[in-house]
Design a protein around this ligand. Structure first.
Ligand SMILES: [Zn+2]
Length: 249
């Protein structure tokens, strides 16, 4: 992933997708917004205790950089579940942590601050997907289910789907307790540290995505608290970044 600078703001993008003219995607940072501590400064999360007016201005700033309008944005009510919603003309997105669509100009978005955003793109349909995979969603195999839903709903071909694991808490920092560890195969837990990146990568592979089509950003949000909101680094009270993906007409 590369971070492109626009004045005070940054947009993270996967370099292999930059040449895809019909695709818009991006990941925000905490830089360049108007919110004050502990939401400083580009808080894009609506369910935080930040002033909603600030969040709204921050969102407009970030979406402007992507060329996405607020009317195009689909914001699901995330619950750390495993539901995958198929977004068509009428968006239905309550209690949803993953979405897929093949509709043009519909911007899928999720809010994160350590949880793993997984972006999907199948150029052959074309169609896209976006999953919010914290430990609960990952344990419930949301990434595998998202790919599977793309295949069933849109006849996407796993061999043509590209998957991108965005900035999130890495195995370097994600210490988990005894209630979380048994939910995962021991291969993903090293000295109490959970590897959500590896687990989501493997779910992509199990769903049929080719190894060379899976990219892990390798950027840990907890390791870079000046650049990203991190639930762990802040002790819980913090802002949210946003992951966005849209097919452009
Ligand atoms: Zn880290």
């Amino acid at each position: 992933m590369i971070f492109q600078r626009y004045d005070q703001q940054w947009v993270g993008r996967f370099d292999t997708l930059l040449s895809e003219s019909r695709l818009v995607h991006g990941f925000s940072t905490r830089k360049g917004g108007i919110s004050s501590a502990p939401f400083d400064s580009l808080n894009l999360g609506i369910n935080t205790f930040d002033d909603s007016k600030n969040v709204s201005i921050n969102r407009r700033r970030f979406l402007h950089l992507l060329g996405v309008s607020e009317e195009q944005l689909i914001c699901p009510k995330q619950i750390h579940g495993d539901r995958v919603a198929v977004i068509n003309v009428q968006p239905e997105y309550s209690q949803t942590d993953a979405m897929i669509t093949k509709t043009m100009n519909v911007a899928l978005s999720i809010q994160v601050a350590d949880c793993v955003p997984v972006f999907f793109y199948d150029p052959s349909v074309p169609c896209i997907g976006l999953a919010h995979a914290g430990w609960r969603g990952t344990a419930a195999r949301i990434t595998w289910k998202t790919v599977n839903t793309m295949v069933r709903s849109f006849k996407a071909d796993p061999k043509s789907i590209r998957a991108f694991i965005g900035p999130s808490i890495g195995p370097c920092c994600y210490q988990v307790g005894k209630e979380v560890q048994p939910r995962f195969h021991s291969q993903y837990v090293f000295h109490d540290h959970l590897d959500l990146w590896g687990c989501n990568r493997d779910q992509c592979q199990e769903a049929g995505i080719l190894d060379q089509h899976i990219q892990i950003s390798g950027v840990c949000t907890r390791c870079n608290p000046e650049f990203f909101f991190s639930h762990r680094a802040s002790g819980g009270k913090t802002g949210r970044m946003m992951a966005v993906i849209m097919l452009r007409e």
